[in-house]
Design a protein around this ligand. Structure first.
Ligand code: ZN
Length: 242
């Protein structure tokens, strides 16, 4: 099976369309999204509708639940709160109810998926270091877990002795006895100093996960953010990937 794993699209239609265009040539069997379809960008409805054409499952991100009115705004900083309020104002009723019913965790035989961490997924903690990763490693029942939320693509690997190492490699060959937490990065607002959209392909037959990047029309996404009256900073950051 070949899975495409997308995360943190953040209403960036240009990023999403480009990633889906590239994936059409990748013989993907199943598309999963790790959440935060909306928030920050100017095309929340369009992103939900494009994603729903292909994705088998999408998980809840903090921005999805907030836009649906399922999460208090005090979780968010000023820019994010402003974006949540803007998104609430433009979402269609069907899209709002779609976001409100998204699930927090998905487990299938090959992998577990969650937006933040497996420890109280409803609190949307950030997995930033090996200590954060340890808590999730201890409750994972599969060898591979995919996460998003930080917008920083990379992998934590725990070997058979329990040692955990973080890495930013783009090709991960799975080895027996190891466990892996892969951060799929962000389609629509990367924060790892690389403005290219990030996504993952997991080939279970080959035992390989690839974190891939693709350039897209970020200038157009920025122009739409400015035209929508969203904070200009949200347009600037997608140009530089921070
Ligand atoms: Zn996010």
């Amino acid at each position: 099976m070949r899975y495409a794993i997308l995360s943190d699209i953040h209403a960036n239609l240009e990023g999403l369309i480009q990633v889906l265009h590239i994936l059409r040539k990748e013989s993907i069997d199943t598309y999963y999204c790790l959440g935060d379809i909306v928030g920050y960008g100017a095309n929340p409805n369009e992103c939900i509708e494009e994603l729903r054409k292909v994705a088998n499952v999408s998980l809840a991100g903090n921005h999805d639940w907030a836009a649906a009115g399922e999460m208090p705004l005090d979780y968010f900083n000023d820019f994010a709160r402003e974006a949540v309020m803007w998104t609430r104002g433009v979402l269609t009723a069907p899209n709002r109810s779609f976001l409100g019913q998204l699930q927090l965790v998905l487990s299938d035989p090959s992998m577990t998926m969650v937006h933040g961490t497996l420890i109280h997924p409803e609190d949307f903690h950030y997995m930033c270091n090996s200590g954060d990763a340890l808590e999730t490693f201890e409750v994972m029942r599969t060898d591979v877990c995919f996460v998003g939320h930080t917008h920083v693509a990379g992998v934590f690997i725990r070997d058979g002795k329990g040692n955990i190492a973080g890495a930013t490699r783009s090709v991960i060959s799975l080895e027996k006895g190891n466990k892996y937490i892969v951060n799929a990065g962000s389609v629509g607002q990367p924060r790892d100093n690389n403005p290219k959209a990030a996504y993952c392909i997991f080939d279970t037959d080959a035992g390989q996960i690839e974190i891939k990047r693709v350039a897209y029309d970020a200038a157009e996404a920025r122009r739409k953010i400015l035209n929508a009256g969203l904070p200009p900073f949200l347009g600037e950051r997608i140009m530089v990937g921070r």
